[in-house]
Design a binder for this molecule. Sequence first.
Ligand code: KG4
Ligand code: ZN
Length: 354
Amino acid sequence: MYILAIDTSCDETSVAITKGRKVISHIEYSQVQTHKQWGGVVPSVAKRAHMERIKPTINLCIKRAQRQIRGFTEKSIDAVAVTVGPGLAIALEVGITAAKELATQLGVPLIPINHMEGHIYSCFAQNAKGNPSRDIALPLLTVLVSGGHTELVYIKESDKYQIIGKTRDDAAGEALDKGARLLGLGYPGGAALERLARDAKHTDMFQFPRPMMHSKDLDFSFSGLKTSFRYFLENRTEKENLHDIAELANSYQEAVFEVLVAKTEKAILQFPAKTVAIGGGVVANQRLKALMRTMLRNHNRVLFTPPYAYLNGDNAAMIGVAAHFAASKNRYVKNFDLLDRVPRLSLENALKLQ
Ligand code: KG4
Ligand code: ZN
């Protein structure tokens, strides 16, 4: 079954064609350069850019699939999948409208997907040849670390998501972005912070606070860390801060990651999952992956991260893979008119689509 998947939840216009877990073709247009000058994503600008690009991206993705699969045409597409939330309302809307139009034109069903479900399945996407061939063993613990979300999700049965921990304020990616901005690294700053942190001579020289590290629950809070980082910087001279910039980046990043790793460790001791999968933009970070890998190895758990770099950030390939599993549960939309964006969609809320 070929699925054409669309994601316009934030600042990437992305389309993919997938078959099962295999990604046949995939395209994404990043708007990062456009939003950079504003220091964050501007919804109206994102909407306009999605509108300009969505149709050409769909057409190009179909063309690329034709190069991969002999005889492939748009008639080969069996279903259209689209992200319906969470995300920016007016950005999501562009993808949903395009998906409805295409599904109507092709006479195929629609599959609505939760963007975070996509990040979970990003760990199980395969290339066109079917590699890597990882098994999805349930129960599975997933750690979702993106710009908008930080969640620990326990999956005992397929299609049933239990959020066992989440952030009470900023997401991990947001905390990294805010820290990076305080260091003058621009937006989004997670990757720049990582590069700078690598140049540090020490690990965790400044030992910033670890909010909620020892709380009994599995929740997170990162806004206090950002505030104490800001006060710390303000109490020193600009020259001192510049001199120590790599150490500052390193210590700040360590504070965020140590809490993520500690809460993941707490979660595996409470929930019987042998496998842990991590998804979301922050998983691009090598230091986070190394810390998680070491901790999980000590507990004899298997760690999966997205197998190809393009699967770390937002992309439609992961939406297509998630849709393959949703289709096996018959999660199709019967009446297209009922399908609407759900900007605050949670993994625990099934969509009402009948
Ligand atoms: O999943 P994603 O692409 O978009 C959302 O759904 O939010 O995640 C974006 C987040 C941003 O906060 C960005 O700074 C962070 O992922 N990020 C990183 C790295 N690359 C992207 N954080 C740490 N290290 C990186 N290398
Ligand atoms: Zn995302």
